[in-house]
Ligand binder design. Structure first.
Ligand code: SF4
Ligand code: SF4
Ligand code: F3S
Length: 268
């Protein structure tokens, strides 16, 4: 496809671990190279672009200018804000992540918060939130589509993007602005161990006979009944596996404030 056919994307990193970018790189349908060469024009992404230093800053500014009102903004990471915004400065001129996120939001055609950090604050915002980290939706008045998960699966990231590319519209959203096609059902509704739950067959402690037989993980801390996501359907790493298949309960990673409200993640 011509460059002009491809949707310009600006991806910003805020306070985060880059796990969401790692997840994006695992996409297999389309593959990451097909995504970048056939569907999108990735104008700015600090861990994937070749540019560095002043050239990188220039790329960001000129992409915003050139594609005003046309580009998709994708943001990874919580955003230290207000009087704490100095905890994240980018580019060596004392410019804060908050300023970058605000400016890039202003001229975006659509805004996606990728991961629980940018959707809800995430681990950065866990009590006592020393850097004052907030969700992207707190620093812009524009609509933010949240694609949470720590990280979200590559399917949920790319699916949300492709939906916009194919239909030119935003997907139907739930009360937390998550796309319903991905976050409409509970982990517990779609879990391959649900039959075990219904039969009262539980792992009592990690490593026991029940664990070997694939029993339900509820008694060892699984938060699947309280978590909305499609992990069992789409899985991770090109459809390889997901937490419960690997033998650990869901820790509620796509829910707001899960670090503070879903623990302990393993019952003793
Ligand atoms: Fe990392 Fe999780 Fe935040 Fe993504 S949501 S940047 S994986 S901590
Ligand atoms: Fe529900 Fe978790 Fe048990 Fe699966 S492992 S059935 S999500 S409680
Ligand atoms: Fe997260 Fe639970 Fe899925 S911990 S990855 S929402 S199984």
């Amino acid at each position: 496809a011509e460059l002009s056919d491809r949707l310009p994307i600006i991806w910003l990193h805020m306070a985060e671990c880059t796990g969401c970018s790692e997840s994006l790189l695992r996409t297999d349908a389309p593959t990451i190279d097909s995504l970048i060469f056939d569907y999108i024009s990735l104008e700015y992404h600090e861990t994937l672009m070749a540019a560095a230093g002043w050239q990188a800053e220039h790329n960001l500014e000129s992409a915003i200018e050139r594609y005003k009102g046309q580009y998709i903004l994708m943001v990874e990471g919580g955003i230290p804000s207000g009087e704490n915004s100095f905890y994240l400065t980018i580019g060596g001129h004392g410019k804060t992540g908050e300023q970058n996120a605000k400016e890039a939001s202003e001229h975006a055609a659509a805004i996606f918060a990728i991961g629980t950090c940018s959707s809800f604050g995430g681990v950065q915002a866990a009590m006592p939130n020393p850097t004052g980290a907030v969700a992207l939706s707190k620093v812009t008045n524009k609509t933010v589509i949240n694609v949470p998960g720590c990280p979200p699966s590559e399917k949920n990231i790319v699916g949300t993007l492709l939906h916009f590319i194919l239909y030119g519209t935003l997907p139907a959203l739930d009360a937390y602005n998550r796309p319903k096609w991905a976050y409409g059902l509970r982990i517990h509704d779609l879990c391959e161990r649900r039959g075990r739950f219904d039969a009262g067959e539980f792992v009592e402690e990690f490593g026991d006979e029940g664990a070997k037989k694939g029993y339900c993980l509820y008694k060892v801390g699984c938060k699947g009944p309280y978590t909305f996501n499609n992990c069992s359907k789409n899985k991770f790493n090109s459809h390889m596996s997901w937490p419960i298949q690997a033998g650990h309960g869901c820790i509620g990673c796509s829910e707001p404030d899960f670090w503070d409200t879903m623990g302990p993640f393993e019952e003793p």
